[in-house]
Design a protein around this ligand. Sequence first.
Ligand code: LMR
Length: 399
Amino acid sequence: MFESTPTAAPDAIFGLSEAFRADPRADKINLGIGVYRDELGHTPVLAAVKEAEARLLAKQTSKSYLAIEGTEAYGRAVQALLLGDSSEVITGDRVLTAHTPGGTGALRVAGDLLRAQSPETTIWLPEPTWVNHHQVFGAVGLAIGNYPYFDHQSNRIDFEAMLTAVEAMPPGDVVLTHGCCHNPTGADLTPDQWRLLAATLKERRLLPLVDIAYQGFASGLEADVEGLRALCHEGPETVICSSFSKNFALYNERVGALTIVTSTTDAVAAVTSQVKQCIRSTYSNPPAHGGAIVTTILEDDELRREWQEELARMKQRVQAMRRLFVAGLDDRQVSMSSEGNDFLVHQHGMFSFSGLKERHVAQLRDQHAIYVVGSGRVNFAAMTADNMPRICDAIAAVI
Ligand code: LMR
């Protein structure tokens, strides 16, 4: 079976981390994988998470299986966070949530479900998008299309081109958008653009699929889901794949959710049954611990407040690093675009396309032990006041 198995290419993001770990240079810096680090360069367990874990450990009496779709309490907590307590789709019983292993698990189950429901469907991805979107939807056998999203010259969204492409898509297709903190560009739609997109998707009978992995890292927990809520409000159907890896720093607990808004209350039971079939044949049922942590925090006023404060501090630190990076480049008279570096301050979340080309990325790795994704995407959440001078000096040297 395996004698002549060819070697697969390393993953663009995790493969970079493997190369980073193997690098013996003491002063190496990893600006690749999207993991938050504090000012000391650590990825700590949040205090609210530690407290929730202590409570869980004290009261845990069994490690028996969860239901295929996870617990009701987790589903309710996810829906309230994404859609708002008083959302009309919640009060109207038009929504279901399944607890999945991470946001990637949600994408995979969504892909399996879409392929089973409508094998001819094309899923349209923004150009560019998170590299794993191509792998996940390719693996389930869905046809993949790309729509224009980002203009590399101006470092802004090309909304006109995006809308024109959406208007030309065949009815029944699926359009993936990033809820906030677009990965890899950091360029998000404005509330007006979301509303226009929502109306266009509805008119063209296209199904929105929102991937949201950074709620709380752009403007705030509520503001970051305005676009997603506009899509759900416009309707009739929306698919949401969400992750708690970043905003609860629960990376290795693999905790995410697939939420589907249906057009009628009656459809919920049937869609749930199909989702359960997809899950059962993939990972059977979800791992309990991460979901229990999230539920404990979201159901407890004190823990929730503590978590929100910790999340706000993470967001503020990443924004501060964006400003420090731009100041560092400006000081060295390095310009990452024809209009300077300010675009990096206005973008959202952990990532931006820095403007570094593949040859710069290779030089940064080989000559300076600084690891950047091949596309030039940098992770501001891995920058600190301490490593910033070295990062900016190295970029100045290779540009
Ligand atoms: C990233 O884009 O770096 C993160 O979302 C981690 C991952 O799974 O790729």
